[in-house]
Design a binder for this molecule. Structure first.
Ligand code: PEP
Length: 250
């Protein structure tokens, strides 16, 4: 039985002061909810949010991580630095990292393996652009990103891998994939996980949907067999939007 997993990616929003305010609102409002819940603040906001959320049911994640352990990598954040802050989860391969900062599958794969070796749970983001979807390449693109991102990952480590299917054309645009279209790609991803690993890994892997998830579309998306949760961007920045998403089943 896969547990619903709702994650909020704050992107480059919320100073530490603003993050504390939001974390306090969320802490009270989602206590006792059924879903597994994560927030991923910017690096500099993590310590303050972590302090507020200590002892709560909300995990704290990072939005990125270096592919190196230490050394001359100006501006990067190492796995040990995140561990030291008590971070539980790292989001890797977000489409903004791929498109704006040129991250490719081999680079993301190095980070995935490094993060797993430090005991992080990894949310690996994959998804096609509008052009790729319109030219019938959605599955092929997702497959390349899935296989590339998971290259060399051991079956036992799949317990610490979450896949986020995020069609790029749906991120921050207000356009959501229909629950049917999203479920069809999720089913495809699950089948491919089975081919890469085995049926158990495929049955157990959590596949989140991301792309303009809002309080008014979350229920229909979560009702689909292969959609196990959501990675939420814009709507995770306001408690009045994120709380109803997390508690959609109440
Ligand atoms: C995201 O950035 O992962 C995302 C899904 O953003 P939004 O919910 O704003 O579309």
């Amino acid at each position: 039985m896969r547990r619903t997993y709702i994650a909020g990616n704050w992107k480059m929003n919320k100073t530490a002061t603003e993050g504390v305010e939001l974390a306090n609102e969320l802490k009270a409002a989602v206590a006792g909810c059924n879903a597994k819940v994560l927030v991923a603040p910017p690096f500099t906001t993590i310590p303050a949010v972590k302090e507020v959320l200590a002892g709560s049911n909300i995990l704290v994640g990072a939005q990125n991580m270096s592919d190196n352990e230490s050394g001359a990598h100006t501006g990067e954040i190492s796995p040990a630095m995140l561990k030291d802050l008590g971070v539980d989860v790292v989001i890797l391969g977000h489409s903004e990292r791929r498109a704006i900062y040129g991250e490719n599958d081999a680079f993301i794969n190095r980070k995935v393996k490094l993060a797993l070796s430090y005991g992080f749970e990894v949310i690996l983001c994959i998804g096609e652009t509008l052009e790729e979807r319109e030219s019938g390449k959605a599955e092929a693109v997702c497959l390349t990103q899935l296989v590339g991102g998971l290259e060399g990952v051991a079956k036992e480590d799949m317990a610490n891998i979450v896949i986020a299917y995020e069609p790029v054309w749906a991120i921050g645009t207000g356009k959501t994939a229909t629950p049917e279209d999203a479920d069809s790609i999720h089913a495809f991803i699950r089948k491919e996980v089975e081919k890469l690993f085995d049926k158990q890994a495929a049955d157990d892997v959590i596949i989140q949907y991301g792309g303009s998830v809002k309080p008014d579309n979350v229920k229909d998306l979560m009702a689909k067999e292969n959609i196990d949760g959501a990675l939420v961007g814009g709507a995770s920045l306001k408690s009045e939007l994120f709380v109803p998403i997390v508690t959609f089943d109440k």
